[in-house]
Design a binder for this molecule. Structure first.
Ligand SMILES: [Zn+2]
Length: 205
């Protein structure tokens, strides 16, 4: 792409670093911004900068949070003895939308994926195990997507929990589109949390 403006080229280059945004789309978005009032672009830039400097991970569940303890962990009416293990904040949002779950979460920050060089130590698995070993948890619900990576991660954690005597369950499968929690409809997802099954049963065919 030949640019007559270095400034435009630079903005397009930065924008096209985002996943799913090619140079053409980036150019379209940047040109759109130039047509908008300057204040709008400034608000976007400010929001992104503020996000990067002020965002935290909840010290209890590792979910993205504005405060040291996220709103879910800080809510005294939630049951901290039931912990739902998820990949990221999108899963938390999907499950929260169902209004069927009153426990806590533990956000792993990804899934074990040797292909992508992601091992257990890069995820927040250790603090989860420690929480269980400290006797603070009664039940762990595995709610990772049923992909190879999701299953591997579930099983790894399950093995780490052996001997702790903790109750483990998994959300009932049969979640529709692509098995991604994010895309599952609220009714189906809500039902699968309510009708969760013991984890041991889910690993048998
Ligand atoms: Zn939290």
């Amino acid at each position: 792409m030949d640019f007559s403006s270095k400034l435009l080229e630079q903005a397009v280059d930065e924008m096209s670093q985002l996943p799913g945004i090619g140079k053409r789309t980036a150019l379209r978005l940047i040109l759109h911004m130039l047509k908008q009032p300057e204040s709008q672009t400034k608000q976007l830039a400010d929001a992104l900068t503020k996000l990067r400097t002020e965002i935290k991970l909840c010290k209890n569940c590792y979910n993205i949070s504005d405060t040291d303890l996220c709103a879910i962990c800080a809510n005294p009416s939630r049951n901290s003895e039931i912990v739902c293990v998820v990949e990221d904040i999108r899963d938390v949002m999907a499950i929260e939308n169902t209004d069927q779950y009153r426990g806590h979460y533990h956000v792993l920050g990804g899934k074990i994926s040797p292909m992508d060089g992601i091992g257990p130590s890069q995820l927040s698995i250790k603090p989860l195990i420690e929480k269980v070993q400290a006797g603070k948890v009664e039940e762990i619900i595995f709610a990772l997507s049923s992909t190879l990576e999701g299953d591997t991660t579930n099983f790894y954690i399950y093995r780490q929990l052996e001997g702790t005597g903790i109750k483990t369950s998994t959300i009932a499968r049969g979640i529709s589109v692509g098995d991604e929690l994010e895309y599952a409809d609220e009714v189906t997802l809500g039902r699968s949390i309510t009708n969760r099954v013991p984890f041991e049963n889910s690993t048998k065919n």
